[in-house]
Design a protein around this ligand. Structure first.
Ligand SMILES: Nc1ncnc2c1ncn2[C@@H]1O[C@H](COP(=O)(O)OP(=O)(O)O)[C@@H](O)[C@H]1O
Ligand code: SF4
Ligand SMILES: [Mg+2]
Length: 354
């Protein structure tokens, strides 16, 4: 079936940043597959390695100060083995990228049409200058920009944040990529515009059949958009599952804590268990053992697994470590479980009576 056609497979991917003479993994043993038409959300707190993962897949890391291990299988080739010229052909052409901050991703001194044309000149060499401009205007129209002819002649600073993000999306889809990586594409925008941009991404995905890796820290966005989810903590996937399983049957304590932190109008949020603290910086992450154990200090040292790996706990649902079996918040109560069920119901229409 074309729907389930696999187009990207990331296997045991590591990206280590060099600090002095040593490498510290900001992406640590990440594996996933992505099918045509599928949206994979990657969710986790700031500093958990989401952008680094995107950078590694795009081959945009600095080869002098970082190193990549593992494989990224795309189009019958392992991207980690490509030289810069070949990678350039993949980047922007077959894999498009949408960044968080549209302003810094655009050239302030170039008119919008020229920026889209420039991208087309790499990937659609057969088009004349006139044809490129025409195509640029079509793309602006496709991403829902009103009066595209006029916008084509404007500079980035003349547009609103939402319009600029639409331009970035137009550039990303110009070459009809089969994978689009969107790194927090709506974080810099206000709430109503966020919703419009997400709707646009979903529409474009249907039209183009591209697969999307959507990086976000917003679980509401995940619930509305994703087919499957990788929950990332300190460079690792701690849980990886179809979206409905993440919301209706979350297992890893970190996933549950993220779900508990979704605000709900009628809940007493202060009663819910949210794990305190932040992701430690790279140099302070444990180099052996579980990277997460420092966040739940009330669990005794001998109760942790030494080197937790992902276990398949139900079909396509993977959890790192077996802590989901024994894990307890300091005190778990019924209202908390109820809260998660309500959140699941509200966000994905999941069955709250499970
Ligand atoms: N160029 C870099 N050199 C060294 N450390 C980095 C670099 N970029 C990111 N990091 C570190 O890698 C970790 C993951 O960062 P990042 O991928 O930006 O997380 P996220 O996108 O989830 O917020 C953080 O500890 C961050 O400080
Ligand atoms: S129980 Fe397992 S995953 Fe949980 S913190 Fe301990 S070692 Fe890590
Ligand atoms: Mg980031």
């Amino acid at each position: 079936m074309p729907e389930s056609e696999q187009i990207l497979e990331v296997q045991n991917l590591h990206l280590g940043f060099r600090i002095k003479d040593d490498y510290y993994d900001a992406v640590d043993d990440v594996s996933f597959t992505l099918n045509k038409n599928e949206i994979l959300a990657i969710v986790g707190e700031s500093g958990s390695g989401k952008s680094t993962l995107a950078t590694a897949i795009m081959g945009l890391h600095d080869p002098i100060h970082s190193r990549v291990q593992g494989s990224i299988l795309f189009d019958d080739q392992d991207l980690t083995k490509l030289n810069e010229t070949l990678y350039n052909n993949v980047r922007g052409n077959k894999i498009g990228m949408i960044f968080q901050d549209p302003l810094s991703a655009l050239n302030p001194l170039m008119r919008i049409a020229e920026q889209i044309s420039e991208s087309l000149s790499y990937h659609r060499k057969e088009l004349s200058k006139e044809e490129r401009r025409k195509r640029a205007i079509e793309l602006l129209d496709q991403v829902g920009i009103p009066n595209p002819e006029r916008v084509a002649s404007q500079y980035p600073h003349e547009l609103s944040g939402g319009m600029r993000q639409r331009v970035i999306i137009a550039i990303a889809i110009a070459a009809k990529p089969s994978v689009i990586i969107a790194d927090e594409p709506t974080t810099a925008l206000d709430v109503t515009i966020q919703a419009q941009i997400l709707d646009l991404l979903r529409e474009l995905q249907k039209e183009t059949e591209a697969a999307i890796i959507l990086i976000t820290h917003d679980l509401g966005v995940v619930a509305e958009t994703a087919d499957k989810v990788g929950v990332m903590y300190a460079g690792q996937f701690v849980e990886y599952a179809p979206v409905e399983k993440i919301f209706t049957n979350p297992q890893h304590p970190y996933t549950r804590s993220l779900l508990n932190s979704i605000p709900q109008e009628d809940a007493h949020d202060s009663d819910l268990h949210v794990i305190e603290g932040v992701v430690p910086s790279l140099k302070f992450l444990p180099r052996t053992g579980c990277r997460f154990s420092a966040r739940i200090p009330w669990i005794g040292e001998d109760e942790h697994e030494e080197n937790p790996v992902l276990h398949e706990v139900e079909d396509k649902h993977f959890v790192r470590c077996t802590c989901y079996k024994t894990f307890r918040f300091e005190e778990t109560d019924e209202s908390e479980i109820q809260h998660r069920k309500e959140v699941a119901k509200e966000l994905i229409g999941g069955d709250s009576n499970e």
